[in-house]
Design a protein around this ligand. Structure first.
Ligand code: ATP
Ligand code: MG
Length: 199
């Protein structure tokens, strides 16, 4: 598909939850994106904390979660690439695959605040415009600490706040608490069927 405006939604998605989905849908709507591509990160065995389950399970849950949205797609690019997943490598690859498209990279405020710790942040924000969505617990004030070169390529997008995280979902599963209405039903079913996040 050769879309004009492509949103990229990177994450560990361990597991995917409604916070991710509402962020992507709001970005799609507000920025008139033709599609949003979800990109689950790879699983480099030597450097991955034990709480991160294998990429294939995270990929399947992400695919289940987006199945009903005609604008949402999924990419295996980070899963197939050996070694740790660097966003810059992913965005460069999309730039090559879609030379005529406008690329947008969607993150939460917590993630954008760490952008200077990412690989090649200044090149990154030139290859893709960043959409930073609000997230409960993170203040837009902090954006002021980023320099002009970054900020010129970042748009803040206010979205309905979902105070949930993958960490919270994993903890709730381990504690036997419900996660219904926090993740899509097929994602919960997959977690239960495969006994994920139990210990
Ligand atoms: P974890 O607790 O394991 O870090 P997470 O919920 O933060 O998981 P990630 O996979 O780390 O999920 O996040 C992927 C992207 O989605 C990041 O840019 C993050 O900021 C954003 N995001 C995650 N949850 C929310 C939320 N509830 N509201 C807005 N953005 C979110
Ligand atoms: Mg996170």
């Amino acid at each position: 598909m050769n879309s004009d405006k492509i949103g990229l939604m990177g994450g560990t998605f361990n597991p995917i939850h409604y916070g991710h989905l509402v962020a992507a849908e709001e970005a799609r709507h507000q920025f008139n994106l033709d599609q949003v591509i979800f990109i689950p990160s790879g699983y480099p065995p030597h450097r991955t904390p034990r709480s991160v389950i294998p990429a294939e399970d995270r990929y399947i849950m992400t695919a289940l979660a987006i199945a009903t949205n005609p604008y949402f797609n999924i990419s295996r690019i980070e899963i197939e690439r050996p070694g740790p997943s660097y966003t810059i490598d992913t965005v460069r690859a999309f730039r090559e695959m879609y030379p005529d498209s406008q690329l947008f990279f969607i993150t939460g405020l917590d993630a954008i605040l760490e952008i200077l710790t990412w690989r090649d942040p200044y090149e990154l924000v030139k290859l893709a415009h960043f959409i930073a969505v609000t997230r409960p617990g993170y203040n837009a004030e902090c954006l002021k600490n980023l320099d002009r070169e970054i900020l010129d390529n970042v748009s803040l997008l206010e979205i309905p706040g979902y105070a949930i995280s993958s960490t919270l979902i994993r903890e709730r599963v381990a504690q036997g608490k419900p996660i219904r209405y926090m993740v899509p039903e097929p994602v919960e079913a997959y977690i239960r069927k495969h006994g994920l996040y139990r210990q």
